[in-house]
Design a protein around this ligand. Structure first.
Ligand code: SAM
Length: 234
């Protein structure tokens, strides 16, 4: 599933109407998201001059001076640095409708080099994952899980979670080695299949195959039963 499909699934499931994207980029971005989102009202924030965003400014400027409504969905995909993403999440929680959803992109880096703080060409996740870890350790009043797809899509809603704890507080948790050995727990990682289950989506092809199989076996059982009842075939 792509990030756009995750977002659209949430929109459809909850009947959301309003959407904010932090970090929009241009259609040249692989799998560009903004145009694929199907919702009544969309706003984008991006300071890049080349980007056609509704608010040409940083997310900090937007949250400080420009924002004037709450949103159902906020997609965070701006500056990929720990402290910025953490700030974006905290600000978004303030401007999220009660039953709304925040999605954070690029939260599941598989290689040490793509999660470094210096921007690099090619896939760059930055240390976004550390913001998820901080939220997992400190914010009890949210529910949070990460769908293991499209570089990691973390879904945050108002609710409750069991905080992530480390037994030995001398350990440096903000370290890739730690992420690698505690990935499932740090990110509360779930599969796409699990996400679909949460969203109540069944695979229609699988469902109809199951139905056909049932029908087929029922037919065979009926034939055997008839044969036993009347072996001569009468
Ligand atoms: C990875 S791209 C966004 C991709 C887009 N969300 C998508 O899925 O197609 C990151 C964007 O964040 C923007 N950005 C960088 N710093 C930002 C900030 N402080 N606030 C908001 N956007 C920022 C960049 O200009 C860039 O266009």
């Amino acid at each position: 599933m792509t990030r756009s499909q995750i977002i659209n699934t949430l929109i459809e499931h909850y009947g959301y109407k309003t959407y904010l994207e932090i970090g929009v980029n241009t259609p040249a971005q692989p799998g560009w998201n903004f145009d694929s989102v199907k919702i009544d009202l969309k706003h984008g924030v991006d300071p890049n001059e080349k980007v056609n965003a509704d608010f040409k400014m940083t997310s900090d400027e937007f949250f400080e001076k420009q924002i004037n409504m709450k949103y159902d969905v906020i997609f965070i995909d701006g500056l990929h640095l720990f402290e910025q993403v953490y700030k974006d999440i905290i600000n978004s929680l303030k401007w999220l409708n009660e039953n709304g959803t925040i999605i954070v992109h690029d939260t599941n880096p598989l290689l040490e080099k793509t999660q470094r703080r210096s921007h690099m060409p090619g896939p760059w996740h930055g240390d976004v994952w550390k913001a998820i870890l901080k939220i997992r350790m400190e914010e009890a009043g949210i529910s949070i899980y990460t769908v293991d797809t499209d570089e990691g899509c973390t879904v945050i809603q108002k609710g409750s979670q069991k905080l992530f704890e480390v037994e030995n507080n001398q350990i440096d948790v903000y370290n890739f080695t730690f992420l690698n050995s505690h990935r499932k727990n740090v990110l509360n990682l779930i599969t796409v299949k699990d996400f679909k289950k949460i969203m109540g989506i069944n695979n229609p092809i699988k469902e109809s195959l199951k139905h056909l199989k049932k029908k087929y076996y029922r037919g065979i059982i009926k034939k055997i039963y008839r044969k036993i009842k009347s072996p001569s075939g009468k």
